[in-house]
Design a protein around this ligand. Sequence first.
Ligand SMILES: *[C@@H]1O[C@H](CO)[C@@H](O)[C@H](O)[C@H]1NC(C)=O
Ligand SMILES: *[C@@H]1O[C@H](CO)[C@@H](O)[C@H](O)[C@H]1NC(C)=O
Ligand SMILES: *[C@@H]1O[C@H](CO)[C@@H](O)[C@H](O)[C@H]1NC(C)=O
Ligand SMILES: *[C@@H]1O[C@H](CO)[C@@H](O)[C@H](O)[C@H]1NC(C)=O
Length: 416
Amino acid sequence: MSQVFLLLSLLSFSSCIQVSSAESFKNVMAKWMMYRDECFRNISSESPLTGVVCNSTFDKFACWPDGLPNTTVGVACPWYLPWHSEVRHGLVYLECDAEGQWSKQRNASECVSRDPSQINMQHYGRILSQFRTMYTVGYSLSLGALVLALGILVAFRKLHCMRNNVHMNLFASFILRASSILIKDAMLERPDTFHVAQDITAELEVEWLVENETAVGCRVAMVMMQYSILANSYWLLVEGIYLHSLLVVTVLTERNYFGIYLCIGWGAPLIFVLPWVIVKYLYENEECWVQNIHMEYWWIIRSPILLAVVINFFIFIHIIKILVSKLRAHQMRYSDYKFRLAKSTLTLIPLLGIHSVLFSFVTDESTSHGALPLRLTKLFIDLFFNSFQGLLVAILYCFVNKEVTVTTFNTLTTSE
Ligand SMILES: *[C@@H]1O[C@H](CO)[C@@H](O)[C@H](O)[C@H]1NC(C)=O
Ligand SMILES: *[C@@H]1O[C@H](CO)[C@@H](O)[C@H](O)[C@H]1NC(C)=O
Ligand SMILES: *[C@@H]1O[C@H](CO)[C@@H](O)[C@H](O)[C@H]1NC(C)=O
Ligand SMILES: *[C@@H]1O[C@H](CO)[C@@H](O)[C@H](O)[C@H]1NC(C)=O
């Protein structure tokens, strides 16, 4: 789900701050690419220096010629910067050390805009790029934990039962989602977000894929990503349905149900993605299919996710109700009862993806004119929960399996 919300948030975010800048944003991107190409042409046409030198390079901000060791090289502030007219006489510096290695840190203080609105944008651009680091860490940790958890469940035959079969598929869908997002991010080439900050970071993902030369590969990655997000939400839904069926359906023929679960989890997303692919191909076959010119096409894959989230939310409420009545019937001490209820509820939230309910309705239109810090906070929370959700689920439903899951499931299913 994360990516959908990420894209939505980023889109509304950027459309909010600079409605008129969509064009200027595209221009900057186009200029950056021209600069990059010119730089590569320059580098390949230069006759390289011999001996120990810092090799000419493009560091995504400026174009560096060969540098002599123990010197500081200065080049003009790159001309793709939107505020270039303001800094046209400035230089950006990079040190070349004695071994012929460029220093990691460049000094671009002369290329920074003094315009307060630009400074503000640079500030937010930096924050957004930190968010990206945060969710990359989240998805990476989730990926590692999920692969381990899936391995454990697959390897130990004793653990093979209906509940774990459902969990295994949920883990697999989380793995697919995390890896497709990480792969997509790795494929993207982007300018230095700090300096070209602007609204660029926001639309970076979107535009970057757009201009990618490998358009077919890019579209495949896009479709994979959308499918994995859908599959993930539908496996969360299956978890909800399965839990619910444990509670209300008395005669269980588990095997039959599992076939249905597989259809819902892996099949239903296909039903939604295919029409989207067809419609995109026929009517909006532009670049990498990331822009949503006709929002009704976007809704083909967006509404099923909302539907799954809403159904899961109602299942969640119902389960909590049943939980409360069961715990009450057990005549526990009040503190004990509250504790177990809280524990089970908290355990169920990541399993059912309940946190996303908060964001599915709040993020878009209703807040598009809200204050920037508020929107950033929301974006942060959303990205944080979505990227770490896999980790949480792997921990709760595999690594501390006995402790929590069994307790939760037992509380739900025993009717003494
Ligand atoms: C490429 O070389 C030309 C001529 O030396 C120079 O004017 C231009 O700025 C260089 N381009 C880049 C991107 O460095
Ligand atoms: C610089 O370029 C030379 C020749 O192209 C190459 O042999 C050398 O490994 C490069 N140095 C670095 C640090 O990349
Ligand atoms: C670079 O500077 C260091 C110390 O200042 C010196 O020892 C070294 O010889 C210099 N290297 C070159 C290639 O000039
Ligand atoms: C960066 O360069 C400016 C002059 O262009 C200088 O005043 C400043 O101290 C430098 N900053 C660093 C960290 O070297």
